[in-house]
Design a protein around this ligand. Structure first.
Ligand SMILES: *Cc1c(COP(=O)(O)O)cnc(C)c1O
Length: 402
């Protein structure tokens, strides 16, 4: 990829996504589940650019959405409504109503109170809500505590006994139809064992529901497959699939998985230019034009993103790479080896396809950056850089007479 050319044409900071890579990752997952009916629902929150969604939809992906905004994005980008799932621990009435009216595949319900709200709204709309219950299997995904979701102490899902009770409730309600079992234990998972454990728990529930003549069609194993940021040893999709399928012998269900990071994480690059170097005592700082508002993962999770210098040899000395935002937590990397740098040098922050642009903000009144896709060797803009006018658009009319 010609990062220099891209940086000249579109300026920096700039997100660049390799759409061919996304296609390969998607195929890899589909291939792993080849022996079964499967639906790969892309977790929209990882990167919700419409062109990314359209690209995945064209490959046959569905979408896992956690807000009405994400459902609308998925529909707008051409994702089939019967491939859209609505997850999330706090859906409000208007969101539930929208999802039911759009007749999406199913709602992943996370509590008894939510189930009763969905029932009530389905009754008002004179419709039947397709339901999947999110089970919290109490399994340790052994990942960062902020992205671990399958433990009792996390806010997500319900325990097995409650789940069973809710399925029976669904079965007896004229406005609810139980169609799926759902579980999602966390993100950036690098060990296959938690998947085996979690699916063993939910597969047992599946069997006991069959015995109660509750016909579950979709077995949703969630997402969370980790990727390599530095030197992590990741799970092969084949081994992930085997861990899941081993628990499902003889069960005729469609496997659903909700992958975000795995599909797009390593497709992305954040291009940023060096503004200055500065030395504070013994400490060396490289100040760049991208900041925590563009990529918050290092500040938020202490996440590591590899940084590559374009057209300069390695070596050098340790430095922190920091942005212009007025926070000490504003850094993209700490203590990385970098050669001497000067104004205009180009850096590439890698693995920036998931939870990067989608978590970006306008903090410090910084316009959000542009996004570019590369596909079959050709590049195209998929989101223009915000302008100052975009930043004030929703406020200017309230200034009154000037
Ligand atoms: C965030 C999320 C995912 C995707 O997680 P990744 O780690 O990006 O694969 C899937 N399902 C649910 C319910 C989520 O909240």
């Amino acid at each position: 990829m010609d990062f220099t050319k891209l940086s000249h044409k579109y300026q920096t900071p700039l997100y660049v996504y390799d759409f061919d890579y996304i296609r390969e990752q998607f195929s890899c997952v589909k291939e792993a589940f080849r022996a079964r009916k499967s639906l790969v629902c892309y977790a929209v929150k990882a990167n919700s650019n419409l062109s990314v969604l359209k690209h995945l939809a064209a490959l046959g992906a569905g979408c896992d959405c956690v807000s009405v905004g994400e459902i609308k994005r998925a529909l707008f980008a051409g994702v089939a409504k019967y491939k859209i799932i609505f997850s999330g621990v706090g859906k409000n009435d208007s969101e539930i109503e929208f999802a039911l009216k759009e007749d999406i595949l199913m709602l992943n319900v996370e509590s008894e109170a939510e189930l009763k709200r969905v029932e009530k709204i389905a009754q008002i709309l004179k419709t039947i809500a397709r339901i999947s219950i999110r089970v919290n299997p109490n399994v340790d995904a052994k990942t960062h505590p902020y992205i671990s979701t399958g433990l009792k102490k996390n806010k997500f899902g319900v325990d097995i006994d409650t789940a069973k009770k809710l399925y029976i409730y669904c079965k007896n309600s004229p406005f609810l139809e139980p169609v799926g079992i759902h579980c999602h234990i966390g993100s950036q998972i690098l060990d296959v064992a938690p998947y085996s454990e979690a699916t063993a728990v939910t597969a047992e529930l599946l069997r006991s529901l069959k015995a109660l003549e509750i016909d579950i069609k979709f077995f949703d194993v969630g997402g969370g497959l980790g990727i390599r940021y530095k030197d992590e040893v990741t799970i092969e999709p084949y081994n992930f699939a085997q861990a899941v399928l081993a628990n499902l012998a003889g069960m005729d269900v469609t496997i659903v998985c909700e992958l975000g990071r795995f599909l797009v994480g390593n497709s992305g690059y954040l291009l940023t230019k060096v503004l200055y170097e500065k030395q504070n005592g013994a400490k060396r700082f490289v100040i760049v034009d991208a900041a925590m508002n563009d990529l918050i993962r290092p500040s938020l999770y202490n996440a590591y993103h590899e940084i590559e210098v374009v057209d300069k040899n390695g070596g050098g000395t340790l430095a922190d790479v920091v942005g212009p935002v007025c926070e000490s937590g504003d850094f993209l990397a700490k203590e990385v080896m970098l050669p001497p740098l000067e104004n205009g040098d180009l850096l590439v922050v890698k693995s920036a396809g998931a939870y990067c642009f989608s978590m970006s903000s306008n903090y410090n009144s910084r316009p959000r950056v542009a996004e570019v896709a590369i596909e079959d060797g050709k590049e195209r803009l998929i989101r223009r850089r915000e302008k100052f006018e975009d930043l004030i658009e929703l406020e200017r009319e309230y200034l009154g007479e000037q």
